[in-house]
Design a binder for this molecule. Structure first.
Ligand code: NDP
Length: 493
């Protein structure tokens, strides 16, 4: 597959390509053009041209609204093929991918509606003036995305960016560029003009670096690891490019003593092992009252060992492989660290190799008990099917442990008393707190992290606004004052 730049499928100038492989089997899925600074420069130029000539940014919002709705419909029509391709490249079970991608059209429809209904404001400017504030697009936006939810994460950025009238250059993850390239083609067919949505495939160290250091961007929006965020924010910041970063996380799942333990166990397993634990809000720190720990662990283990691992494309599969050998090794290293730190493995703890599983990067769902918050397995983002159970004596200790981590993206609270859950949510330093649920998102819900989990917000009205900037217009309704000709005392502000 080739880059999509200015409405055309183009190879890299130097002809380089790289392989995308199926993590469940190791089989080659496709060779993809490998871009670098040349392709990024070409894509940013195309996006700048498209922005400047107004083919999208100056289109009446009612027309952008119609085109984005057509795009949403085309995505809906393509869901079966997009889900299969996404599942093949990420290794995530088709059941999960289909459920996740079925949400995509909503995002385009929601943000099209937000743009269509956005109203500018009048300000109470003192004196004989009419002053109004418009929201205008930013310009060319760079978007760098990870491999764990390739299309969903892209959509959270792309839908508001396009709705607001920006033009975009996307650098998808080297592991999962295919669906993003496919989406760019669907966009063209749906009537999004050439040059508005460009995709350069390639590696983070080269294409990603070239995009994040391009001085022509108005904004750079990254979802990725916290270390990548630090590098990218510095690079873009040096060019005074505004930056949004959605970064790592390690979500606490707080089980209150009054919770239904069976439901909480189901919730904890869902929080921990969906996407084989490769999510930024993986429930990786399960907090339970010390008197209930054994009971909860037994219920969690019973569920974890019964998860059906296998071919992601089969309807019955519940747990797929890790995305890459690198993620598999990282998981193995962290499990070894956990054992060395003195934590106890309750289930899992090894690679799954039986039958066809041996060809892929499969790892058994793993639950650690006897974990202290200071242990590395409880502090670092493992990004694999590994979760830790920690105990608390009282609510204050639960809060202390929940917040005792550099990340602050998501958390969940399990309780039979919603009021108790709401009160507790006030004390948790995270961008999102679910009560009796986990992983739930909506186009209308602002998303973003506190602390080392990121800066800025995506989705919701706030996410839309972050893809716009204000322009204030002040109209003098009186005769202009001739400043140097008058002797009257005047005010400037
Ligand atoms: P990475 O940080 O490795 O990569 C993210 C993207 O950045 C990829 O496209 C990558 O390219 C690119 N990249 C890597 N290095 C650079 C660089 N120096 N300059 C510019 N671009 C670069 O993350 P992963 O893809 O491994 O994704 C997992 C991470 O994403 C986890 O930490 C997870 O928590 C986080 N995440 C956060 C979410 C949130 O909403 N807060 C949601 C989902 C994931 P390449 O793939 O070629 O390396």
């Amino acid at each position: 597959m080739k880059h999509v730049i200015d409405g055309l499928e183009v190879a890299s100038a130097d002809g380089r390509t790289f392989e995308v492989r199926n993590p469940a089997t190791g089989a080659l899925v496709e060779r993809v053009a490998e871009g670098g600074a040349t392709e990024v420069a070409r894509a940013v130029d195309a996006a700048q041209q498209a922005f400047d000539d107004g083919r999208w940014s100056k289109l009446p919002v009612s027309q952008r609204y119609r085109i984005l709705n057509r795009f949403a419909q085309s995505i809906e029509d393509s869901l079966p093929s997009l889900s299969t391709l996404e599942s093949t490249c990420t290794g995530r079970p088709l059941r999960e991918m289909s459920a996740q991608l079925s949400r995509l059209p909503e995002f385009y429809r929601y943000f099209a509606a937000v743009a269509r209904t956005a109203e500018d404001s009048l300000t109470p400017f003192e004196g004989p003036y009419l002053s109004y504030v418009r929201r205008v697009p930013l310009g060319v936006v760079g978007q760098i995305t990870p491999w764990n939810h390739p299309l969903l994460i892209l959509t959270k950025k792309l839908a508001p960016a396009l709705a607001a009238g920006n033009t975009v250059v996307v650098k998808p993850s080297e592991y999962t560029p295919l669906t993003t390239l496919q989406l760019a083609k669907i966009a063209l067919e749906a009537g999004i003009p050439p040059g508005v949505f460009n995709v350069v495939a390639g590696f983070g160290g080269e294409a990603g670096r070239a995009l994040s250091s391009h001085a022509g961007l108005a904004k750079l929006d990254l979802t990725g690891g916290t270390e990548t965020g630090r590098v990218v924010a510095q690079t873009a910041g040096a060019n005074l490019v505004r930056v949004n970063c959605e970064l790592g996380g390690k979500a606490p799942v707080i089980v209150l003593p009054d919770a239904d333990l069976e439901k909480a166990a189901g919730g904890a397993i869902f929080a921990a092992f969906i996407a084989t634990g490769q999510t930024c809000i993986a429930g990786a720190r399960i907090l339970v009252h010390e008197s209930q720990a054994q009971d909860l662990i037994e219920r969690m283990v019973a569920r974890a060992v019964s998860l059906r691992m296998g071919d992601p494309l089969l309807a019955e599969t519940q747990l797929g492989p890790l995305v890459s050998e690198r993620q598999l090794q990282r998981t193995e290293e962290y499990v070894a660290i956990g054992i060395k730190e003195g934590a106890e493995i309750e289930c899992g703890g090894k690679r799954a190799t039986s039958g066809a599983l041996g060809q892929g990067f499969f790892y058994e769902p793993t639950i650690f008990a006897d974990v202290r918050s200071s242990m590395r397995i409880a502090q670092d983002e493992i990004f694999g099917p590994v979760t830790c159970v920690l105990t608390y004596k009282d609510l204050d200790e639960a809060v202390r442990i929940a917040n005792d981590i550099p990340f602050g993206l998501g958390a969940s609270i399990w309780t039979s008393d919603a009021a108790k859950g709401i009160k507790l949510s006030e004390r948790i330093n995270c961008g999102v707190v679910w009560i009796n649920d986990h992983h739930r998102i909506d186009p209308s819900l602002p998303w973003g992290g506190m602390k080392a989990s990121g800066m800025g917000r995506e989705a919701g009205i706030e996410g839309y606004r972050e893809y716009t900037q204000t322009k204030s217009v002040v109209v003098n309704l009186d005769e202009p004052v001739d400043w140097y000709a008058t002797t009257k005392t005047l005010r400037l502000s």
